[in-house]
Design a protein around this ligand. Structure first.
Ligand SMILES: NC(=O)c1ccc[n+]([C@@H]2O[C@H](COP(=O)([O-])OP(=O)(O)OC[C@H]3O[C@@H](n4cnc5c(N)ncnc54)[C@H](OP(=O)(O)O)[C@@H]3O)[C@@H](O)[C@H]2O)c1
Length: 321
């Protein structure tokens, strides 16, 4: 099969299409003919050599796919050859075929195309696991989403609204802020011109989904409400910062960091099952939609990475196999 490989770390040109051996589904795994793969910021970091795949994961990039089941490994129940699915994967999505543990598969929701479905697994699983499960979000609370127009952010706005949140977002341009408002954001803050701590006063944010890291840590703590929860899922500005513990004590605040990819299989499968139970009905009722900026052919993966690094996109970028 053809796959996008990374023979040497570097810029977008480091992504090289190559003929590689077909994957063979192991026990409990399903073989999928990939229709499309979603891009994630983590793929850029992996290509640059800053985010190595966890032990046992494919060395090729790609953390989510959609496609058709073409074979079942031993011990798989509940899926059949020909099923249209999407899946969370720990790597290897930029390829024509992939073997995936059956517990990481989701059916393509009714009303969503097979290609679009590739935009769903990483964003839905990341947002649900962090906002609902880690932060224990409650209806009526304020959710602040940094990077509201990102692949993750566009899903977080919609899921936040569906969960009964007052949603605030940050983004870096008027065009992006408008897109966030159209998705349901109640408060859209241009982080280049406004201070989100001021904009969230007086009550602050009950939950903050942060993708910036070090540069925002102090201001995120300042922006938290009493009993607030700051969930850090991205470190776009770095991972070393000073934390004023006194402010945490006074606010009875929680600061937590998580990553989906490095979780053990059983935990990833539990997240996927929860997403199927709680998020899939919202997709099938049209209350939540995947936001797709552009679809590139798999061979143009480098071009797709250039778009992601330009940050011109709104929502997800996909590769069609
Ligand atoms: N921990 C996990 O399990 C997990 C899983 C998935 C994703 N993530 C993380 O989630 C983040 C988003 O991923 P993605 O794939 O959705 O990437 P993406 O679409 O490329 O989004 C990155 C976003 O960051 C925004 N941004 C950059 N600097 C900012 C700042 N100072 N303040 C506010 N926003 C800023 C950009 O918006 P502007 O152009 O407006 O600046 C852009 O929308 C990444 O950091 C990724 O690593 C974590």
């Amino acid at each position: 099969m053809q796959a996008i490989t990374i023979p040497q770390y570097g810029g977008p040109e480091a992504l090289v299409r190559a003929e590689v051996p077909d994957p063979i589904p192991g026990h409990g795994e399903v073989l999928i003919d990939v229709a499309a793969a979603g891009l994630n910021r983590a793929d850029v970091a992996q290509r640059q050599g800053k985010y190595p795949p966890p032990p046992g994961a494919s060395l090729y990039p790609g953390l989510e796919i959609s496609g058709r089941v073409s074979a079942l490994g031993p011990g798989v129940a509940g899926w059949s050859v020909g099923d249209e699915v999407c899946a969370l994967v720990t790597g290897g999505g930029y390829a024509e075929k992939i073997a995936v543990p059956a517990g990481q598969l989701l059916p393509v929701p009714q009303g969503i195309s097979l290609t679009e479905a590739a935009a769903l697994p990483e964003a839905t699983c990341t947002v649900w696991s962090n906002v609902a499960q880690v932060a224990h979000f409650q209806a009526g609370e304020t959710l602040l989403v940094h990077g509201g127009s990102s692949g993750i952010g566009t899903m977080a706005i919609q899921l936040g609204k569906a969960m009964g949140a007052r949603v605030a977002v940050t983004a870096g341009s008027a065009r992006k802020l408008q897109a966030c408002r159209e998705l349901g954001a109640d408060l859209a803050i241009n982080y280049r011109e406004q201070d989100f701590v001021q904009e969230l006063k007086p009550q602050g944010a009950d939950v903050i989904l942060d993708v910036i890291g070090a540069q925002y840590l102090a201001r995120n703590v300042d922006a938290l409400a009493v009993n607030g929860r700051l969930v850090i899922i991205g470190l776009q500005s770095g991972g070393q910062a000073e934390l004023n513990l006194g402010k945490l004590l006074v606010k009875r605040a929680t600061v937590v960091g998580t990553t989906l990819r490095a979780r053990p299989l059983a935990e990833r499968e539990a997240v996927v099952a929860a997403v199927r139970e709680h998020v899939w009905p919202l997709l099938e009722n049209n209350r939540v939609r995947p936001v797709v900026d552009r679809v590139f052919p798999l061979k143009d993966a480098a071009e797709a990475h250039r778009l992601m690094e330009s940050s011109e996109h709104i929502g997800k970028i996909l590769l069609q196999a």
